[in-house]
Design a protein around this ligand. Structure first.
Ligand code: ADP
Ligand code: MG
Length: 346
């Protein structure tokens, strides 16, 4: 079994219910999503669809996230990315409500894909008895600048480079080793807090940046000292598991963004557009493919390997069921249907 494109419709929020929004998105079971509103009536098919009643655990088990963790442990480059408009439930799906309220720990039932994956990873690594070296890095892309969320001090931009052997990579990014669930969860919190506080200081919302947390999994092959010289005969594997919380798409007109805010919104939209463009080109049959413009944005450069090449990607499309979000919902659905056709060769 492989991870498969997953679609999640969140419940209507209190605000939406109070102002009388209609629920226009329904799951029909068997992977079908139905959108019905005044002038729209469409059904889309997905591998896995989760509606408002679905628990965090159901999403973890039903999306193939567990398999993705195992593939990363086997040495593959694995990526899960959540996309959809602002407020559609991306952060909730990845991290649960924990990242949004201050310090009080969320109920374990509400933990998101990330914490569940960390638990799975650490359990697996213990039960396999293999000697794994685990480390994590956490970056955000804000206004087309890559920033380290784990390094102390004010956020500064890191250069994004390319090399033949490594592909695109971020120079000088911090990678912190961890051995326990507490340690990695605290790195996640620390980084998310930085993402948020840097945002708050300037009165911005957290979802104005794309955030990428990557777990590096390296197997430390055990060699008796005399065998060290033959280490190459028993190659060590290195897999990665990357979680991408994309900033939401936004219509500049509607939010009345101006000045600095519209620069932000434009760079978010530009990078999402570049991502959509790459995905639609990748979705073409291999023979008809033209050059894929990964270089169009920092986001597509960082995701190049997982999107096109040797990676395995799990997409989670998040949407709000509200009638007010209809046009964004339709565009998320089209985007997701397109991305579904992308094939890679891990
Ligand atoms: P995004 O990251 O896409 O901007 P959030 O994850 O912050 O959106 O979700 C927006 C709001 O909806 C939050 O208050 C969140 O707690 C709530 N929410 C999202 N998904 C769910 C869900 N599946 N169940 C309950 N509440 C949800
Ligand atoms: Mg968010």
């Amino acid at each position: 079994p492989r991870p498969h494109p997953t679609f999640r419709v969140r419940p209507l929020t209190c605000t939406e219910t109070r102002r009388g929004d209609q629920q226009v998105v329904h799951s029909l079971g068997d992977g079908a999503v139905h959108v019905s509103a005044a002038r729209h009536d469409a059904t889309f098919g997905f591998s896995a669809v989760f509606d408002a009643g679905a628990s965090q655990e159901a999403v973890f088990e039903g999306s193939g996230m567990r398999q993705l963790v195992e593939l990363a442990m086997d040495g593959f480059s694995c990526t899960v990315f959540a996309f959809g408009q602002t407020g559609s439930g991306k952060t909730y799906t990845l991290m649960g409500p924990l990242a949004q309220s201050e310090a009080q720990p969320a109920s374990p039932a509400l933990l998101g894909l990330m914490q569940r994956s960390f638990t799975c990873l650490l359990e697996q690594s213990q039960s396999r008895g293999s000697d794994l070296a685990l480390s994590a890095s956490y970056l955000e892309i804000y206004n087309e600048q890559v920033r380290d969320l784990l390094s102390p001090g004010p956020p500064c931009a890191l250069p994004l480079r390319w090399s033949k052997t490594r592909g695109f990579y971020v120079e000088n990014q911090l990678s912190v080793e961890f051995e326990s669930l507490e340690a990695i969860v605290s790195l996640l919190l620390q980084g998310s807090q930085r993402r948020r506080t840097s945002a708050h200081a300037l009165n911005r919302h957290s979802s104005r940046s794309h955030a990428l947390l990557t777990v590096h999994i390296r197997s430390r092959a055990h060699h008796p000292p005399t065998l060290v010289l033959q280490a190459s005969a028993c190659p060590s594997k290195q897999g990665t598991l990357c979680f991408v919380d994309l900033a939401g798409s936004e219509r500049v007109k509607e939010t009345g963004s101006s000045g600095e805010l519209s620069v932000e919104a434009n760079s978010i939209n530009r990078s999402l557009l570049a991502l959509g463009h790459c995905i639609s080109l990748l979705a073409k049959p291999r023979g008809k493919r033209t050059h894929i413009p990964y270089r169009d944005s920092k986001l597509t450069r960082l995701l190049a390997r997982s999107l096109g090449g040797s990676g395995i990607t799990l997409m989670v499309a998040c949407i709000s069921p509200s009638s007010r979000c209809l046009s964004e919902t339709l565009s998320t659905l089209h985007y997701a249907s397109c991305a579904r056709r992308v094939t890679t060769r891990p």
